[in-house]
Design a protein around this ligand. Sequence first.
Ligand code: SF4
Ligand code: SF4
Length: 353
Amino acid sequence: MLWIVHTTGRCNLRCKYCGGSFPERLVPYKEKYNVERLARLISKDPDPTVIFYGGEPLLNARFIMEVMDSIKAHYGIQTNGTLPHLLPKNYWERMETVLISVDGVEWLTDKYRGKGIYKRAINTARWLAGFCNCRRIARMTVTKDTCIYRDVTHLLDLGVFTHVHWQLDVVWDEPWPFLEWAKNRYLPGIRRLVMYMGEKLAQGEIPGIVPFLGVLTADKKGGWHGVPCGAGRDSVSVSTDGRLLACPIAVGEKWAEVGSVDEGVKRWIDVRREFPDCASCPYFKWCGGRCLYALYERHWGEEGHRAVCWVTQRTIDHILKLREIVEKLVEMGVISWDDVLYDPLRDSTEVIP
Ligand code: SF4
Ligand code: SF4
């Protein structure tokens, strides 16, 4: 199971789409429970993955070390990559996954995250590549300024990331002409990226493009049972105040409160039961409902929700064009399914952008 552990609600940046720190009353800036309580809870899980989350999790590095000293688990962290020096190297060496926020080319990243942030994030990824055998995942937020083909291939070509993942800047932000942008820019870029992936696969290379690997995995294994990030079913977030949440960003939403560090998980959320439109959707197998937070909150209303679904479905259509290519190359012995199959619960990725 995936445990997303908030170490603090505080962040040292104020990125445009997110706005920086959580309010301290919702996610205190230091943990309010004892690490032994967390250890007791997680020790019941036979195969736990713990991903540190914030705010910027490195702002409470002392707690990261305490957790890693007390609990046996697969470890990872979602960081903005600007403060790697706050955690000693021997703890970095134990990380299996490091997700670093970066949006693509330098001007784009700096426009949304702040001047000089691109260089600091890339330097951290490069530094880790020198000694850490972890999956290093570039975690992009995709906005109207993103050129998905340019930005994904740019990050892969740097040679410091093993994977690239992205999330669309939809629902969290104010509505913007998303559908028009998706039709004119994003989906043609996805089509080009699928062709790029096909060419690489034919050469025996497997680019770590997380949404593509995730959808191919769902297709091969019979589909997701709920949202691919695991929220409500296979993943629990632990807020610094000791509440257990279905989703790490739903820090103030009652539907997301599923238990506490003391009591454990009291309630699971079944996406198909809660959302009949997903249960009857022909794309559920690959989409899984996409994002539990978005399903509950629908900040862009029904029309906005349908627009995001439409783009998700067209994205899946493009990705599934790789299905036959992969099957054929596996048959020919050029690649193996073992290298294609991807488990989002190890990395805390959402799969569906
Ligand atoms: S495309 Fe929309 S309706 Fe269909 S499964 Fe995904 S979120 Fe649900
Ligand atoms: S995809 Fe949605 S439900 Fe899942 S972790 Fe992200 S915000 Fe939460």
